[in-house]
Design a protein around this ligand. Sequence first.
Ligand SMILES: C[S@@+](CC[C@H](N)C(=O)[O-])C[C@H]1O[C@@H](n2cnc3c(N)ncnc32)[C@H](O)[C@@H]1O
Length: 159
Amino acid sequence: MNIKVITVGKLKEKYLKAGIAEYAKRLGKFCKFEMIEVADEKAPESLSDSEMATVKDKEGERILNKIKDKEHVIVLAIQGKQRASEEFAKEIADLGTYGKSDITFVIGGSLGTSDAVNKRANDALSFGKLTLPHQLMRLVLTEQIYRAFMINVGSPYHK
Ligand SMILES: C[S@@+](CC[C@H](N)C(=O)[O-])C[C@H]1O[C@@H](n2cnc3c(N)ncnc32)[C@H](O)[C@@H]1O
């Protein structure tokens, strides 16, 4: 299985880089895992709605350029569908069973994802109503993907 995470902007914090690198290493025995960064747009404090849409559209184009037709795309969105870790694990397993072995997650930039990205997505995943920083979201998602594989092999990692 190939799992790709598309993110916006450059990750700076060392502690997040270290955490992601650890889970990415652990994921190596289950899948080919990669995290891709696309450039972010400058988003000053006071933007009009249309300026915000332009920022998201530009970032969205860069995201869409990294997605191939065959990929099953799951966008991370506060308004998406919440699942328990066990349900998430089953969905990953089911996708593999039904031949969808290229799964791509998209984490939006500081303003979220564009309409075009949301339209391309096959599914939307929410980690709850709280807004998490998009850079921290990378680490949280990577751990949950690892947890999903550990659940699927029956490991006591998941209690
Ligand atoms: C800072 S948030 C964007 C906030 C923006 N106001 C919105 O509503 O999308 C940046 C990205 O992190 C991800 N994100 C943050 N909190 C999330 C949550 N609770 N569930 C799922 N994704 C989340 C989403 O991909 C979002 O596009």
